[in-house]
Design a protein around this ligand. Sequence first.
Ligand SMILES: Nc1ncnc2c1ncn2[C@@H]1O[C@H](COP(=O)(O)OP(=O)(O)O)[C@@H](O)[C@H]1O
Ligand SMILES: O=C(CO)[C@@H](O)[C@@H](O)COP(=O)(O)O
Length: 558
Amino acid sequence: MNNVKYTIGMDFGSDSVRALIVNTATGEEMATAVHYYVRWKEGKYCNPSESKFRQHPLDYVEGIEATIKSVVSQVSKEVVDNIVGIGVDTTGSTPVAVDKTGTPLALLEGFEENPNAMFVLWKDHTGIKEADEINALCAKWDIDYTKYEGGIYSSEWFWSKILHVSRADKSVQEAAYSWVEHCDWVPFLLTGGNDVKQMKRSRCAAGHKALWHESFGGLPPNDFFVALDPVLDGLTDRLFKETYTSDVSVGTLSEEWATRLGLPENVEVAVGAFDCHMGAVGVNIEPYHLTKVMGTSTCDIVVTPMQDEEHLVKGICGQVDGSVIPGMLGLEAGQSAFGDIYAWYERLIAWPIKELIGGTNLISEDVKAQLVEEALGNILPKLSEAAAKEPIGASGELALDWMNGRRTPDANQNLKGVISGINLGSTSPKVFRALVEASCFGAKKIADRFIEEGIAINGVIAIGGISKKSDLVMQIMADVLDAPIKVAKSEQACALGASIFGAVAAGVHANTEVAMDAMASPFEKVYEPIKENVEAYKRVYNDYSELCVAMENHIMKK
Ligand SMILES: Nc1ncnc2c1ncn2[C@@H]1O[C@H](COP(=O)(O)OP(=O)(O)O)[C@@H](O)[C@H]1O
Ligand SMILES: O=C(CO)[C@@H](O)[C@@H](O)COP(=O)(O)O
């Protein structure tokens, strides 16, 4: 008789959702599945030139069904019968306007194709002006509500997005009873929630991105929001006061979803949280260790014991009691674009390839398609191979990593990327190397800020796609940070972290620490800094820092 219990972890990333079935006694990953969002992949509802990125709720619903059915089909009936919990993490702040029943407006008649009725993805920066207004109001209000969020509110976050959409689209503003984070909506949906006021909201999302703090009595008061714009009058009453950590259960799977997914009905669903926070749990984060989730963007997570005396860390994405491990302080920072910078460069190089191969009459359509696929799939590996041979700083190309603005330190989404120091000898690999170096210098700015603010960093851990895909990026990161970087074995550390919370919420483990000890991923590799590279990068980093100041002054003058 098998007494082992299993949980499912779901990780909703920027492009895809991943699901795992995990053995709660050992952390063994029994099955895994990935689903790429169909509408998102087609580029629907987005306009990158305006930094507008929306995701349709159906992309997520289809993703839940596809991945869970797939993992369930990969394991025995005995395993399925012993699945007791589900944990969910998502990107954030990724909010959506909902009606009273908590249904995203894009699922209602008349709103199906309206991007303002869809989830406003974390990297959507259409609310830059609104973020500026929030910062200006906080600066003159008697309480600075941004103080636990690094002192600067970002256009990537909840209120900037709500205000922007409410102003831009009267039909959505009028139909929106409330607003909901992606990580709160999925557990609500799976447990059959139908009253948004009963939705259990994530402490992680609320504390890092929605200006929630216990000492404020919850969210800022209505008069603060009315002063911002009367269009927000009354909304806080329809949002929330209480928040929950992810060791708490939202409830059990609804009958409908249990049937749809082929799961038992008594499966507990944990309160959701953001991907990077659960990722840190997936690798058994220790206090004062920096966990870097390296993917499309980066998220940098540190936990510390709760301080007796409050110390506010400036310029990060906030410090929240229990956002990572319940009972500890979770600190978050990150870069708004990381792998996305390489993806942009890849697209630049891919354009002529697609055009030229696509336009030729010399080969058949099938061969064309195969050639294009092979060429595109090899751009980043080939560039990396060639870039690895370039000496550090020898030919002068120097870039800034602000292609999607600067998330931290000191959020400023008005900033733009730069490639400087080009001459007639600048090749594709040289420029690519400069972009990789810039992304690692941006990471060093974050590590430096934690240290300047008195948060020691005693070790660095990497998870996320790039920690697995790119030796080049990882070695440069170790050289630039001058620190060994341990890479987790799990391909899906965030989903694993979510499964750990599923196990705690289902009562299999007494608390998050015990569950992490049993289930978290070990490490498979360490990138050690190379001494001569560390020295060479110190010089280039100084140049990068000077270029940062010059460009920020230049852009902000306009
Ligand atoms: N060989 C490579 N070298 C560097 N970056 C890569 C490589 N292959 C893919 N990437 C980058 O990885 C990023 C995706 O990371 P991943 O962690 O898988 O996704 P997500 O951020 O959605 O969770 C993309 O931005 C892509 O540009
Ligand atoms: O900003 C957060 C969390 O606070 C992330 O959700 C966001 O950077 C998206 O992460 P990915 O790059 O998709 O892994």
